[in-house]
Write a new protein. Structure first.
Length: 199
């Protein structure tokens, strides 16, 4: 498949392999990973209008690298999906596996070493805000887990939160559990406001 990312047309046959891979768990109601990826890309574009990230990392800006993250973030799911039951198909460690494959895509996306390193971290940690917010909700300690997030990824907290929001927009969570979706969205907005005040 040829896809347009950051004004470049890039041949990504790997994207076609996501079509027909269906996830079933609390965020995905038999959702096709290919369609999810496209929905994340669309959600990200909407969010980047509110949260422009124009600082350059290497040859690419932070928002350009987020767009590439959207395309690649779940590309290891066909290799990591486990069909535990008809109601549960987790993709364990897909973030880590895909972060190790970033180098295979560097030339196609025109990444230099700094860009590649940044992208590798974005992909590896793209579920980190999910875990921190899950803990914040369960333990009722929102400030504590924002601090934890920033200790792990001090330079890319905003990037990870914006991407996490896009990933959530592209999921089925709003349909499956509106209350949880709204609570997570509230915390993301709160975290982004706090981080924006500190920049």
């Amino acid at each position: 498949m040829v896809i347009k990312v950051n004004k470049l047309k890039i041949d990504l046959p790997e994207l076609d392999l996501l079509e027909g891979i269906r996830e079933v768990h609390p965020w995905h109601d038999n959702q096709d990973v290919y369609k999810h990826t496209l929905a994340v890309m669309e959600g990200l574009e909407t969010l980047l209008k509110k949260f422009p990230l124009t600082e350059k990392i290497g040859d690419h800006t932070r928002e350009e690298l987020l767009r590439i993250t959207a395309v690649l973030h779940d590309m290891a799911k066909p290799d990591t999906i486990v069909y535990q039951s008809k109601n549960l198909t987790p993709c364990r460690a897909h973030e880590v596996v895909m972060s190790g494959r970033v180098g295979k895509f560097s030339k196609r996306f025109g990444l230099n070493k700094k860009d590649e390193d940044w992208l590798r971290k974005l992909i590896m940690w793209h579920a980190l805000p999910h875990d921190m917010i899950t803990l914040a909700i369960a333990r009722r300690e929102e400030d504590k887990f924002l601090k934890e997030l920033m200790q792990i990824a001090p330079d890319m907290g905003i990037d990870l939160l914006v991407f996490y929001w896009a990933d959530m927009i592209g999921s089925d969570l709003l349909k499956l559990n509106k209350k949880e979706y709204m609570e997570r969205e509230r915390i993301i907005q709160q975290y982004l406001t706090k981080l924006g005040e500190n920049e």
